[in-house]
Design a protein around this ligand. Structure first.
Ligand code: SF4
Ligand code: SF4
Length: 101
């Protein structure tokens, strides 16, 4: 019998954390994030919830996070100016956009 000892401290497992993701336990599948994202990154999955597809394209504008009613969106770093906090309302009334849009 061969015994193999692995020292936990010497193991390095690379973990890639996407810059933005959605907590499936909080997502209701309402679709608001997909509605407000300028790049169409949030999309529905087969379970009726939303996921971030190609999150590397995210510019961290934070529109989806600020408009999600259940705070399901996890944004690791927010660089956006915050002007899209009401992006849903702005999308419905473009004349009312007073910031960088
Ligand atoms: S806005 Fe929030 S609750 Fe609605 S689909 Fe997107 S992540 Fe889910
Ligand atoms: S932070 Fe902005 S660019 Fe990134 S997924 Fe949300 S709405 Fe789209």
């Amino acid at each position: 019998m061969i015994k193999i000892t692995i020292k936990a401290a010497s193991i390095k497992i690379p973990i890639v954390i996407p810059k933005i993701s959605i907590n499936p336990d909080l997502c209701t599948g309402c679709g608001i994030c997909g509605e407000v994202c300028p790049f169409g990154i949030p999309n529905p999955n087969n379970e009726g919830k939303y996921e971030m597809y190609e999150p590397e394209r995210c510019t961290e504008c934070s529109a989806c996070k600020r408009n999600c009613p259940t705070m399901a969106i996890i944004l690791q770093e927010r660089k956006g100016c915050g002007c899209l906090w009401n992006a849903r309302a702005v999308a419905k009334n473009p004349q009312n956009n007073s910031c960088c849009g």
